[in-house]
Design a protein around this ligand. Structure first.
Ligand code: HEC
Ligand code: HEC
Length: 383
């Protein structure tokens, strides 16, 4: 995704590609096998094994390495196949096609194709990631904060604050979104959606704030500087990044190797890293003793203690806030006094089981004890 070793990725994906392709050929090659049946075996599911003749199968060269491994399948991919797999969009613009779209067009596309999962204004929710949380330049500061206690704010890691390169966004949308129908958007649509998401993150391009009428195209896109572009070490921007990344990782001293020369990778007795590394606050990772992970990682939890006032507001107020619904109103001492003449046991029983316009427990799934706590709250407010 970011600047990784392309060759490494390629060889991995090419291997998969070749395997898939071999399977595809086998299934599609059934017709061919008839004319050639003397030399082809048909597998139980109808697929065809193409025989290897002179180290070749079909029109393709068998991968010599695969042969050596006695895999007997796979071959060197063709240039076009590699091209089809080599779709990544690099930060320097490699792979980024021409096209254009405005933020307002993006907003329309978003509403029809993305909103169902990513929510209004890409705020996320329901388990789907937010794509924006407001002004990314301001929120960037949050990346240095660590959630140190229950309820404390953690770093905001959305596209605008965290992602160092906009190219990743373009590629991600084109390749992986919408989730249920990937690779279905035109280049113009991807530009429009990107513009809209930039707008929601309040990003400026070349000093110009991306607003609804902003038309994003390839040229402008390449001028985007994301707020967190320098937040990663080693710096992954620019055409020389790959050799830079390799050199960085080749020398453990950069990220805190052992105190020997030459530095070695280490888990203890490590030296301070020589390169700049963004440290999480609260004293930095080395001195910060985090509380128990469970407490730290759990989302904000409501107090387990039953909150009668809150339950009244959620479950009873719709009918009991005023007398207009025919229910004794909260605060109306006279009405409650009259009601309670029949004795508290009866009142409680009626409340729990329901009577006339009063649904049992107000129609809510709560225990008898909890109902009593809410009733006590109402009566307390109605003296
Ligand atoms: C059916 C639900 C669904 C729809 C529709 C959808 N997405 Fe997503 N999107 C997801 C899920 C799930 C993820 C997280 C994927 C993961 O982390 O593996 C995601 C992740 C993303 C991310 C990466 C967010 C991050 O910070 O990691 C972007 C950007 C994104 N979607 C953009 C879009 C756009 C633009 C559209 C509309 C064209 C869209 N999505 C439509 C489900 C959806
Ligand atoms: C849908 C409307 C509605 C909701 C919701 C509701 N009430 Fe009532 N409640 C009534 C009405 C109407 C009455 C008067 C019933 C009657 O005696 O005719 C009433 C009566 C009562 C009474 C007196 C019963 C009696 O006969 O003495 C109690 C106690 C009570 N409600 C408690 C609650 C509590 C606690 C909640 C929330 C958990 C709640 N109610 C939610 C409508 C509602």
């Amino acid at each position: 995704m970011f600047k990784l070793d392309r060759k490494l990725i390629l060889s991995a994906s090419v291997f998969t590609a070749a395997a898939l392709f071999a399977a595809g050929c086998a299934a599609g090659g059934l017709g061919l096998s008839k004319s050639n049946s003397a030399s082809t075996q048909v597998s139980i599911d109808g697929g065809v094994f193409h025989p290897i003749v002179d180290g070749k199968t079909g029109p393709y060269l068998v991968n010599a390495k695969a042969l050596a491994m006695k895999l007997n399948h796979g071959r060197i991919p063709t240039a076009n196949e590699i091209k089809a797999w080599d779709t990544d969009i690099m930060a320097d613009g490699t792979g980024l096609p021409e096209g254009s779209g405005s933020a307002s067009e993006g907003s329309d596309i978003y509403d029809s194709k993305c909103l169902s999962c990513h929510g209004d204004f890409a705020a996320g929710g329901g388990g789907y990631p937010a794509l924006a949380k407001g002004n990314a330049y301001e929120l960037k500061a949050s990346l240095l904060s660590q959630r140190s206690e229950e309820g404390a704010d953690g770093p905001i890691r959305v596209f605008g604050t965290y992602w160092p390169q906009a190219s990743t966004l373009w590629w991600y949308i084109k390749d992986a979104m919408p989730h249920q129908l990937t690779d279905s958007l035109t280049h113009d649509e991807v530009y429009a959606l990107t513009a809209y998401i930039l707008q929601l993150n309040e990003i400026k391009i070349d000093g110009v704030l991306v607003e609804s009428d902003y038309v994003l195209d390839r040229k402008k896109f390449l001028k985007i500087v994301m707020p967190n572009v320098d937040g990663f070490e080693p710096n992954i921007a620019g055409p020389n990044s790959l050799p830079g990344v390799r050199a960085y990782f080749a020398n453990p001293a950069n990220f805190g190797g052992q105190k020997v020369k030459p530095a070695e990778r280490c888990m203890k007795n490590c030296q301070e890293p020589t390169a700049k590394i963004n440290r999480i606050e609260n004293g930095g990772i080395s001195t910060f003793v985090p509380p128990m992970a469970t407490a730290r990682n759990l989302p904000k939890v409501e107090s387990k203690e039953f909150n009668a006032k809150k339950s009244y507001e959620e479950n009873c107020a719709s009918c009991h806030a005023t007398k207009s619904m025919g229910a004794p109103a909260i605060g109306d001492a006279k009405a409650w006094a009259a009601n309670n003449k029949k004795g508290m046991a009866a009142v409680l029983k009626n409340g729990i089981n329901g009577i006339n316009g009063m649904p049992g427990k107000g129609g809510v799934n709560m225990s008898d004890e909890e109902f009593k706590l809410v009733l006590d709250y109402i009566l307390d407010q109605s003296k």
